[in-house]
Design a protein around this ligand. Sequence first.
Ligand SMILES: Nc1nc2c(ncn2[C@@H]2O[C@H](COP(=O)(O)OP(=O)(O)OP(=O)(O)O)[C@@H](O)[C@H]2O)c(=O)[nH]1
Ligand SMILES: [Mg+2]
Length: 190
Amino acid sequence: MRPQARFLLTAVDASQFPPPRLPEFAFLGRSNVGKSTLLNCLLGQKLAHTSSTPGRTQAINFFEVEGRILFVDLPGYGYAEAPKAVQRGWRKLIESYLLDRESLALCFVLLDARRGWMESDLQLRDWLEFHRKPYAVVATKSDKLNRKEMNESQKAIRALYPDGELIWFSGLTGQGVKEIWQTIWKRTTR
Ligand SMILES: Nc1nc2c(ncn2[C@@H]2O[C@H](COP(=O)(O)OP(=O)(O)OP(=O)(O)O)[C@@H](O)[C@H]2O)c(=O)[nH]1
Ligand SMILES: [Mg+2]
């Protein structure tokens, strides 16, 4: 069944974040990796804007789900063609959210299954580890890989992430949606 969900607000700085009342699930990853697509797929409706142009989501968008949790669609990082000042701005915004957000329940770190860990993903991972923020990894666009490529991708991702949670996802086939929901409800105690 489709969950009840609504767009809550867009924030461009920390003063605009909603009060931290509900457990939050944040979607993080490089520009164009499929964060907004994943969010829409989980919700079964197009609430978040998606685009084939990298850097589409430039602010933080909050969505309320079932009146119980929030989904947080963060701007993508690592888009080399964005001006340096813009890249710094995104980073500051993402960090201001991640650092002090007491209601943050879990970060989903999205990797393009075809590319695996890239430099900016590893920086994010180290940052999350250092600040002890819980995260799970989602390998996106799995529909673009055949079985052999999938095995190779899995090995490459696991080489740098041996035992944390890893979920394969495709917005095209719906692979992974059930698992991601299970992960979410497991982390939602209220
Ligand atoms: N084949 C396939 N395409 C996907 C999948 N997920 C996303 N895409 C495509 O990838 C592009 C980017 O998707 P978005 O969801 O907008 O990516 P994003 O991470 O939110 O991007 P930014 O907001 O720019 O950071 C779009 O053209 C999507 O249709 C997937 O699982 N499979
Ligand atoms: Mg987006």
